[in-house]
Design a protein around this ligand. Structure first.
Ligand code: MG
Length: 384
């Protein structure tokens, strides 16, 4: 039932992201865009909105349309050249959908870490006082550019959401448009229409994604900067007439590993672990054995390419731990060289690469010297 208490959300996703230098709303944190994160926060709030209008630019239209496809409550409208024009377009879109009264909760999509409790507080403020503006007190000592101390206890940082009586904020924005008033937030427009402001509890987490240097904070808050773990395994047959190469090191032996490349099972297992940690598929997908380019190639070259691919996706190897299972030959003398070669291909220090060798006590195909198997785990760090 629609009424004075019904909540509507306006998500502003039409900003240019000029201070970021790229479309910040296209970035993903833990696999979700800022718009998706905001949408979820509103749905988790105590009074989920009956309608959610997303004001978009051409850069964000597709994202918003895909939300609208899955959720009939979502309306997509075109944003304006300035923030205020976007809000007015969104409020008018609500009006077109028959909204006359209720609470309009206006939020910048770039504040994608907004805790649902902050939305609840703003909505409660609007219900009780006509307006609820998320704000936080100043923590730091504040001075103006001339060095004059400002009275911190009287100052607040304005955040969003800012929630208002729908009819009042619509009329206030229409008056602002008519009078040419430009404002950086909604409560300025509301106050200019003669209404009193009421601040509600914001959150230090509710930061606005603005600069590139903000990215680590947002990634950490979304758990997107946690290390990622990968696992890889590979087996190749031991046959006469082939070289035995493990971890990029040629090892004198009467048999060698059979395969399209140099069949370096250890390097393949490490490569697969890294690709797996990044969820980028597997070695066969990137370096198919049907491709003549990889015939007889050193697998270290594939590992180097993999490291470049990881960097391009924002990952750096943390550490690698691998075990080779071979009955013969004894691998211990070659392990330092393997670690060095793998580390060099990955562009990290050898201290991050663990290589161990074991036998299978004459059991299984490894024990019968029919094959050699390698298993590897790794971590990847997310970097920017
Ligand atoms: Mg292989």
């Amino acid at each position: 039932m629609r009424g004075q208490d019904t909540v509507y959300a306006v998500l502003l996703a039409a900003g240019a992201g000029a201070r970021m230098g790229e479309n910040k709303l296209a970035l993903a944190f833990g696999g979700k865009t800022p718009l998706q994160l905001c949408y979820e926060a509103f749905l988790e709030s105590q009074c989920p909105p009956e309608r959610i209008v997303v004001a978009v630019s051409e850069n964000t239209r597709a994202q918003a349309l895909s939300l609208a496809e899955k959720d009939a409550r979502v309306i997509v409208c075109t944003g304006g050249a300035a923030r205020g024009a976007s809000v007015l377009n969104a409020l008018r879109a609500l009006q077109k959908h028959g909204v006359e009264a209720g609470i309009a909760t206006i939020h910048d999509a770039a504040r994608c870490l907004v805790p649902p409790a902050v939305i609840d507080a703003a909505v409660c403020g609007a219900r009780e006082h006509g307006c609820g503006v998320a704000a936080i007190p100043m923590r730091d000592t504040v001075r103006d550019a001339k060095g004059t101390l400002l009275p911190r206890e009287t100052l607040f940082l304005m955040q969003t959401p800012q929630a208002f009586d729908f009819a009042r904020i619509l009329a206030a924005y229409e008056a602002a448009e008519a009078g040419g008033l430009q404002a950086t937030d909604d409560c300025a427009v509301y106050a200019a229409a003669g209404y009193a402001l009421h601040f509600t509890e914001g959150s230090i987490m509710n930061q606005k994604l603005t600069y590139r240097q903000d990215l680590p904070f947002f990634r950490a808050a979304c758990g997107a900067s946690l290390p990622r773990v990968g696992f890889g395994e590979d087996t190749h047959a031991l046959v006469p007439g082939r070289k035995l190469v493990l971890g990029g090191v040629e090892i004198p032996h009467e048999t060698g590993l059979l395969g399209h490349s140099d069949a370096d099972a250890l390097t393949h297992a490490v490569t697969d672990a890294l690709l797996g940690a990044a969820a980028l598929g597997d070695i066969g997908m990137h370096f198919p054995d049907t491709d003549a380019r990889y015939r007889g190639i050193s697998s270290l070259a594939l590992l180097r390419e993999t490291a470049a691919l990881l960097r391009a996706h924002g990952f750096l190897p943390g550490n690698v731990d691998a075990t080779v299972i071979a009955e013969r030959p004894k691998l211990a003398p070659y392990i330092p060289a393997m670690r060095e070669a793998l580390a060099q291909a990955l562009g990290v220090e050898a201290a991050r690469i663990g290589v161990k060798a074991t036998t299978s006590e004459k059991m299984n195909d490894e024990g019968a010297e029919k094959c050699i198997t390698a298993r590897a785990v790794c971590t990847l760090m997310c970097v920017e």
